[in-house]
Design a protein around this ligand. Structure first.
Ligand code: ADP
Length: 565
């Protein structure tokens, strides 16, 4: 049972145990609610006996009061246990689930993050986990509790009086059938709603990230119109999903109430014909009101139960994604990077690199040039094993990087992309990210080598200046220099600069490259740049065009640079 719950809802062992406990207490709490019904029927039977001339046991008011207090205590205890088992258990499980997800994400290969949409991932981690929390505290245990307890009570009522039992219960299977048969339709609408919500989240995230460009290109109206359309689509999908679910649910719940009418009709005729006692009739009338409530609730919970299953599937997708494996011990003979007949495509049938072979030697700066979209960034990313290859090999110091563990491999790389990532912290700490245990002196030396010192000294708090979210208080060139300083501080044997110097003036760019060349570790550096001044001090220049690579002679640098402008 615990195993089945664990698999069905992707729960931990403890989570499945807590859920089972919640269900059991839910069953007991629901059954305990039948005790006041029985007591009320006995009281009414005794009160009506003199009027109707029937026989009823004589019980004193004190006995009724004592029984009433005991029943109240039992009801309270079971409800209290149900509350603590479901709510506290759920929040513990929720914490475990979030930590588990974070742990899992830590072990996933980089490919996963390049393939997955960030908005989708955020929605799974934040939104789905919050929905789980609600479902497992308010719905799932209560649903199973209601179904099981009602089943037990139904069996008792059928044994007590099968005719009245049938009159009361015939509506239940039909009502449930209405809701269950409409599941496919509800799932389809719920999936559509989830997709439109994701598209909207992506749209809003994209809008926030690109707000400056949107304004600069006067695309605000156009963009807002598209965002409005996404909001409308999400709203419509939500309304249609909720309306359909609500109408089907209400139909099922209304049908359930028909049972009360049959209890009255069948009960009347049985009492009139003397086939049953007044007590039984009263008992079934009160039971009808108590029994239909949990069943109605269970039906309402079914919709949430269906949608939880969709979210469980999304979560399982992450949980079942193959973890980063590979050899953790990396042995290389030097740090030359060799591309050996590399073929690669992001999408099947659209090759980006067709047959690329070259070696970027240790201690040298190798420049990649070529038209935009030619595949330069792709080469840099593949050199760091961001994606698996279609064919060929990439070697680091003679060792194929394919079977190596990416996290361990990354310790050998300093990568600076054009899109700089900075943290809302001081300049000192932003550079120290490159080497956690670096002293202040080492950080300052790296900043000087990356030509940052001049602008940092002009800031009122110098290295202690807080630079805002993603370095929002810095210019593009300053932010790039900080990220280069971080890479220099790491002093990894491989440095990849992907348009990382594009916002620097030519002189600064040359000085940065000179700093890279004079690093004590003599790294292998691959740089993507277009400027003749920078190309001039590179050891080799490779031109990438239409998926093929060829070496460019030093004499034709100007020609190449002009072609690219
Ligand atoms: P370059 O750096 O020379 O401008 P890129 O390596 O960025 O070129 O891109 C090469 C080709 O691969 C382009 O056609 C680009 O559209 C495509 N591409 C780049 N990144 C992705 C990606 N993540 N998914 C799909 N296609 C991509």
């Amino acid at each position: 049972m615990i195993k089945a719950l664990k698999n069905k809802y992707a729960l931990s062992d403890q989570g499945a145990k807590d859920l089972l406990k919640g269900i059991i207490y839910s069953v007991l709490a629901n059954i305990s609610l039948m005790f006041p019904v029985i007591l009320l029927a006995i009281v009414l039977n005794q009160l009506l006996a003199p009027v109707l001339g029937t026989n009823a046991p004589e019980i004193s008011a004190i006995v009724y009061t004592v029984i009433g207090i005991v029943i109240l205590a039992v009801v309270f205890i079971f409800h209290y246990c149900q509350y603590t088992a479901t709510y506290l258990g759920t929040y513990d499980e929720s914490a475990r689930r979030r930590i588990g997800l974070a742990e899992k994400l830590r072990t996933l290969p980089l490919t996963f993050f390049h393939q997955r949409d960030l908005a989708d991932l955020t929605s799974t981690i934040m939104g789905d986990c919050a929905n789980f929390e609600h479902a497992f505290s308010h719905t799932v245990p209560q649903f199973f509790g209601a179904v099981i307890s009602t089943g037990i009570v139904c069996i008792g009522l059928l044994i007590f009086n099968w005719q009245m039992g049938l009159a009361l219960l015939w509506v239940a299977p039909i009502s449930f059938a209405i809701v269950i048969l409409s599941r496919k339709c509800q799932e389809k609408l719920s999936k559509k709603h989830m997709n439109t919500r994701l598209e909207l989240a992506e749209g809003i995230q994209e809008c926030l990230e690109t707000v400056q460009d949107i304004k600069a290109c006067n695309q605000e109206e156009d963009y807002l119109r598209k965002l409005d359309a996404k909001m409308d689509a999400a709203e419509k999908a939500q309304i249609s999903s909720e309306m359909t679910t609500a109408s089907l649910l209400t139909t099922g719940q209304m049908f359930l109430r028909l049972g009360l009418a049959t209890v009255i009709v069948v009960g009347n005729s049985l009492v009139v014909n003397g086939d049953t006692s007044l007590f039984t009739y009263i008992l079934f009338l009160i039971a009808a009101s108590r029994l239909y409530d949990p069943l109605s609730g269970a039906m309402a919970n079914m919709a949430e139960l269906f949608s939880v299953q969709l979210q469980v599937n999304r979560l399982k997708e992450i949980e079942n994604y193959p973890e980063e494996t590979g050899e953790k011990e990396i042995r290389t003979n030097g740090y030359d990077i060799t591309f050996d007949h590399v073929r690669f495509s992001y999408e099947k049938g659209k090759p980006v690199l067709r047959d690329v072979s070259f070696t970027a030697k240790q201690g040298q700066v190798t420049a990649l040039v070529g038209p935009s979209g030619g595949g330069k960034s792709t080469v840099a990313k593949l050199a760091a094993k961001f994606y698996p290859l279609d064919g060929g090999r990439i070697l680091l110091g003679g060792t194929d990087i394919a079977p190596l563990n990416s996290t361990m491999l990354m310790k050998n790389y300093s990568i600076v992309f054009q899109d700089v990532v900075l943290f809302n912290n001081t300049i000192m700490e932003n550079i120290r990210v490159g080497k956690k245990d670096a002293t202040d002196e080492e950080v300052i030396a790296a900043a000087k080598a990356a030509q940052c010192d001049e602008f940092i000294s002009k800031l009122s708090d110098g290295y202690q200046t807080v630079i805002g979210e993603n370095g929002s208080t810095l210019s593009g060139g300053e932010a790039q220099r900080l990220s280069i300083a971080r890479a220099l501080l790491k002093d990894a044997p491989v440095i990849l600069l992907d348009e990382a110097t594009a916002s620097l003036d030519p002189e600064t760019e040359v000085n940065v490259l000179k700093a890279v060349r004079s690093l004590p570790s003599k790294p292998t550096c691959i740089i993507i740049t277009h400027r003749p001044s920078a190309l001039n001090i590179c050891n080799r220049i490779m031109k990438l065009e239409k998926g093929h690579l060829r070496q460019v002679s030093r004499e034709s640098i100007l020609e190449v640079a002009n072609e690219l402008v």
